[in-house]
Design a protein around this ligand. Structure first.
Ligand code: NDP
Length: 324
């Protein structure tokens, strides 16, 4: 018998229920992982509210780190006792133990702690593909990063700075602005007292930025388009304020033949080779100290509901983990 968070209905954080769980037998090519730390992501909020619809009852959480406890038949890539981490497209990580397909596990180097790994698989691999694959961020180009003091945001600021980009962060408060600056944002726009588009035009001498990373969604989509230069790229990768409403593609022509993409991590790590390549690159920048994984807040696993309240209330910064 083990424990985890189960939701029997969608709704507010109160639907997260700490429950006894009976795991089925391990299937072929599956591994039983005893979690030591679990990552919290905004996507967990979408799963909880039903924005991303799931059959119920359902577990929650997409990433965790832990120790291999038992192997299903056919597994040779890991051994009992290995330290591992994973990110999965299906929820269920808010639990003491989870069965994970062996080909989705990444072995952890000694230099990366369990907490760091739990905090960085989903958000770090996201930063990797956004900066290195969706767009290849180049030295000297001006880019805009929304929610710059958030989990993905702080990683984007650090990594893009290291790639030589000029990073303009967007945050809601001065305290968050200080964090984004400390992590590599060259300029930070505080939306509670500055107009986003006016300020971006000032900072880019009227031209606009070449890429916008926008995971706020509904509230910022059009202002973000207005921040782009001719032929600029809008990367709309999330919906913290709600999903982006349907729009006419003519809006892109009007603003200078813009590009828009709505990417998802799971399409960028669909194959084992892609997962290996992306994880290696992520581990490398973390091991070299180019990107620091900063745990902004921790909550006991059973109190995941409070983590959700704080995340949705814009009270968290950097990475959030559930401790076991
Ligand atoms: P964050 O730590 O960034 O938390 C969300 C932040 O969004 C808040 O702190 C807040 O920062 C900002 N925000 C702006 N408007 C709102 C609002 N109305 N309600 C709540 N927050 C708001 O979360 P994560 O790092 O976990 O995720 C960031 C985003 O990236 C999410 O939208 C997530 O869905 C997306 N994502 C997408 C992936 C993909 O592959 N497509 C993969 C991983 C994440 P502030 O107060 O400064 O405005």
């Amino acid at each position: 018998m083990t424990h985890g968070i189960v939701m029997y209905t969608t709704g507010g954080p109160e639907v997260l229920t700490w429950t006894e769980i009976t795991l089925p037998r391990l299937k072929r090519n599956e591994v039983r992982v005893r979690h030591t730390a679990v990552g919290v992501n905004y996507i967990d909020v979408y799963d909880r509210t039903g924005l991303y619809a799931r059959p119920l009852p359902s577990g929650l959480g997409r990433e965790a780190a832990g120790v291999v406890e038992e192997l299903g038949s056919g597994v040779t890539s890991v051994a009992v006792g290995d330290r591992v981490a994973y990110v999965l497209s299906t929820p269920g990580s808010y639990a003491e133990v989870r069965h994970v397909p062996a080909d989705r596990l990444v072995k952890l180097p000694a230099s990366i702690s369990d907490e760091q790994a739990a905090a960085m698989m989903l958000k770090g691999l996201t930063a990797q593909y956004l900066l290195r694959r969706t767009c290849k961020v180049r030295k000297g180009e001006q880019i805009l990063v929304h929610a710059a003091a958030g989990g993905v945001g702080l990683l984007l600021c650090q990594w893009a700075n290291a790639l030589g980009a000029e990073v303009i962060g967007v945050v809601s408060s001065d305290a968050k602005a200080a964090l984004a600056r400390a992590d590599g944002a060259h300029e930070v726009i505080v939306t509670s007292r500055e107009d986003l588009v006016t300020r971006v035009r000032e900072l880019t001498r009227g031209k606009g930025v070449s890429i916008v990373y926008d995971a706020v969604g509904q509230d910022t989509f059009f202002p973000s388009l207005d921040c782009l230069r001719r032929l600029g790229m809008m990367v709309s990768y999330g919906n913290a304020s709600g999903p982006v409403a349907p729009f006419s593609v003519a809006e892109l022509a009007k603003r200078g033949s813009l590009f828009v993409t709505r990417p998802s991590l799971f399409d960028y790590i669909a194959t084992r080779a892609e997962l290996n390549r992306c994880s290696r690159e992520l581990f490398d920048v973390v091991e070299r100290g180019v990107v620091k994984i900063q745990i902004g807040q921790r909550y006991p696993l059973a109190n995941a509901a409070q983590a959700h309240r704080d995340l949705e209330g814009r009270l968290t910064t950097g990475q959030t983990v559930l401790t076991i």
